[in-house]
Design a protein around this ligand. Structure first.
Ligand code: MG
Length: 339
């Protein structure tokens, strides 16, 4: 580790992984934290488990095509609870506001939070407000923690994943990161790319309420660090497996692909805020995709690859040209403060 905290420690890539292993787990190691799931899973009785998750949002700009920091903070916490199969119920809302922020901006952010939390039936039940002097933070930072309940003996974890399993993505990739980068106006590039920022509650609940729920092994929302980081985390937490994905099967919108090609970004490294990766038993993968495709947020769902037995865990991409390349854990995201 370097002697000072670098921006890349918050990227969700290799440096974040090192920070967690070398600092966080060194001090706080315990059987719940060490799972490193999207939400902590806490058993409270024989048939009830709680899911508990927290995230901070520092996105810049705070308004971007397809969302804003308020919507992002609630959707992100809901999606992390969903990853462990929980029903999201309660959210806390902690605000750090820069002195001088217009109340009109605050109203817009709160309206977004109200809209998504009411629609998804999660309640904001506690919170905190701090205001710091001008220049001590950038407009507003939001921290949301969420609690959900895991029912029906759902148990999604790395240890369920085995060779042969299918890898599903619920839709097209890389939209959130590209939309935020574009909205900074730094590239002199105009595009209609919208963030995919969305709660996946309805979509995931449909799958978990289906006959195939027991065949869902694992879920992760590929946020910071994108699909590349999420899949690398999975192979690093399991033993003896690799994941192979196929470029031609990965859904990506033309405008996003065009933007990434022009700027030399790998869309696999770019953040999503309304997509879920699902590792499922191969016998039901097609059926799960059929369910997902019935809904707007899952209309582009696809099986993008599979889990294979391998002594040396890695993520491999079969390119459009038929060649194979290793997909590394990104070292740092293309720019900080994407979420
Ligand atoms: Mg997550």
């Amino acid at each position: 580790m370097k002697e000072k905290i670098l921006l890349s420690y918050g990227s969700g890539g290799k440096h974040t992984f090192e920070f967690i292993n070398n600092f966080v787990l060194k001090y706080f190691s315990n059987d719940i934290l060490n799972q490193l799931l999207d939400s902590a899973v806490i058993k409270i009785s024989d048939n009830t488990k709680l899911a508990f998750s927290i995230d901070s949002y520092t996105v810049s700009p705070i308004f971007f095509p397809g969302g804003d920091i308020g919507k992002l903070s609630i959707c992100g916490t809901i999606n992390d609870l969903l990853c462990v199969g929980a029903k999201p119920l309660f959210i806390s809302l902690s605000l750090i506001i820069e002195e001088g922020l217009e109340t009109e901006v605050m109203e817009k952010i709160f309206s977004s939070i109200k809209e998504v939390s009411e629609k998804e039936n999660v309640k904001i039940v506690t919170g905190d407000t701090k205001v710091v002097q001008k220049g001590m933070c950038d407009k507003i930072f939001i921290t949301t923690a969420g609690i959900g309940v895991i029912e029906n003996n759902i148990d999604l974890n790395y240890n369920k994943i085995e060779a042969g399993d299918a890898v599903i993505i619920t839709g097209s990739i890389a939209e959130h990161g590209c939309a935020v980068l574009l909205s900074r106006g730094a590239y002199g590039f105009k595009s209609d790319i919208q963030s995919d920022c969305a709660s996946l509650k309805g979509l995931v609940e449909k799958v978990l309420a289906s006959n195939y729920a027991q065949y869902i092994k694992f879920m992760r929302d590929p946020t910071r660090g994108g699909v590349a980081a999420a899949l690398n985390e999975i192979v690093n937490k399991t033993k003896g497996i690799s994941i192979e994905i196929e470029e031609e099967k990965i859904p990506i919108k033309d405008n996003v692909k065009h933007f990434c090609d022009l700027l030399g970004f790998d869309p696999l490294n770019i953040a999503n805020e309304g997509k879920m990766l699902m590792i499922v038993s191969p016998t039901v993968a097609e059926e799960v995709v059929k369910i997902l495709k019935q809904y707007h947020l899952g209309k582009d769902a696809a099986i993008i690859g599979k889990v294979v037995r391998d002594e040396k865990p890695k993520v491999v991409l079969k390119t459009l040209y038929g060649t194979k390349r290793i997909v590394e854990l990104p070292i740092a995201e293309e720019l900080p403060r994407i979420c």
